[in-house]
Design a protein around this ligand. Structure first.
Ligand code: SAH
Ligand code: SF4
Length: 395
């Protein structure tokens, strides 16, 4: 018997295995998950069924541990655990307002942070979700607009915000328990940081997952996407997502809108309105929400209200009046309550619903246009306090 010589191999000839790490399943479409399962060794014929099973565990039951997916064979669970992860972004901190609003600071890959806000109301609970870190647009009244775009969120990071908050609310269904009709988290608004239509594919995939009948099961009527007016993507929003649409209108002349919402220089009011007119038909939705931030002396005159009514004539609409949330250094002031009421009255008399948005979570600065920046300021001041006290700043 001869001992075989030790095998030596030139390291350069060994194909280098890139440490890929497990693929995160959260955020994959059904088709993407199917392909991933096949690549990992699932027989083609079984792949569709395995997707259905895993999908229900993750999105219906909120289960993220493969070993608990008991309708799968043990060795298949092991195969999945070796190749995949079910990862969500991480909650860094949570603040609860005296009115029940919860503001979460959420850390995504790369250490970036976004905010997600949960707003409980009598008949619903709305989650305000972010789609980008920062924003490329520079609306002059919005604090997010002063922050540069860091990156787009992935679909997993967008739907992950919904799943995190379901965790925090303890709202995943329990097998056998009676179905609770009123959900704590019943609605989603894409009104956090970022312009959702500049991150279209990820937003679409995330919302499709949120709407999937075998998972989170949020109806498309309970999802509202807010855009500053990215006209070329509006028709796609109708046909590919089919959710409700809100538009940050904010002005009744191009001159003023050019300043408040500078994307207006690219797609002006007339172009935007043409796209909006098509939306309800294309998406089979009832009406469009026009968001209108009330800025003292800038866009809040009776004449503005009358012009607004005229502009939107023929579009099924609701006008949501938002008292401006002031932030330090903001170049505008909030219109007085009387002015907002007078403005609302003109719109109401013209036959449109004109709710005035009640500011929520003000004590924790959870309002629009203040997300993240408030946390950054709070952190800075804690760091300053620590520095003054001569101790190491908090991490
Ligand atoms: N980028 C999208 C969605 C995020 S902003 C958009 O612009 O529509 C969500 C809403 O908050 C928009 O209507 C926006 O105009 C409004 N908003 C931003 N900053 C605000 C502020 N400081 N006060 C009141 N509303 C604000
Ligand atoms: Fe961006 Fe919307 Fe803020 Fe404009 S209002 S800067 S689009 S987040």
């Amino acid at each position: 018997m001869t001992l075989s010589a030790p095998i030596t191999q030139d390291v350069h000839t060994i194909p280098r295995k890139v440490p890929a790490g497990p693929v995160n399943l959260v955020g994959l479409t059904r088709d993407q998950m199917r392909d991933a399962f096949v690549t990992a060794g699932t027989p083609e014929k079984q792949a569709r069924m395995r997707v259905n099973q895993v999908w229900q565990w993750i999105y219906h039951w909120g289960v993220r541990d493969f070993t608990l997916m008991t309708n799968l064979a043990k060795d298949y669970r092991a195969l999945l655990a070796g190749a995949f992860a079910v990862d969500l972004p991480e909650i860094v901190s949570k603040q609860v307002s005296s009115d029940g609003t919860r503001k979460y600071l959420v850390r995504i890959q790369g250490g970036h942070e976004v905010e997600t806000v949960y707003i409980p109301e009598e008949d619903r609970g709305t989650l305000c979700v972010s789609s980008q870190v920062g924003c490329t647009l520079t609306c002059s009244f919005c604090h997010t607009g002063t922050q540069r775009l860091v990156r787009n969120l992935t679909a997993g990071e967008i739907v992950g915000q919904v799943m995190l908050v379901r965790d925090d609310l303890g709202e995943w269904p329990v097998p056998g328990a009676p179905k609770d009709e009123t959900r704590l988290l019943s609605n989603i608004v894409l009104m956090g940081m970022g312009e959702p239509l500049y991150n279209f594919d990820a937003v679409r995939d995330a919302m499709k997952i949120a709407m999937d009948a075998e998972g989170l099961q949020l109806s498309r009527r309970r999802i509202t996407l807010s855009t500053s007016g990215v006209v070329p993507e509006i028709a796609r929003t109708a046909t590919e997502i089919g959710c409700q649409l809100a538009v940050s209108f904010h002005a009744t002349t191009d001159e003023v809108r050019d300043v408040l919402v500078p994307i207006n220089k690219k797609w002006n009011i007339a172009t935007l309105l043409d796209a909006l007119r098509e939306y309800p038909n294309l998406s089979n939705s009832e009406r469009i929400t026009f968001e209108y931030v009330m800025l003292d002396g800038v866009n809040d005159s009776d004449e503005d209200a009358r012009r607004l009514v005229k502009l939107i004539e023929g579009i099924p609409a609701k006008i949501n009046l938002i008292p401006f949330n002031e932030w330090p250094g903001a170049p505008y002031k909030r219109s007085s309550n009387n002015r907002i009421r007078a403005f609302a009255d003109i719109i109401y008399k013209a036959g449109y619903a004109s709710p005035i948005r009640t500011p929520r979570g003000e004590d924790i600065m959870a309002a629009c246009g203040q997300l993240k920046s408030a946390t950054e300021r709070a952190r800075k001041s804690r760091a300053q306090v620590a520095a003054e006290a001569g101790i190491a700043p908090p991490t």
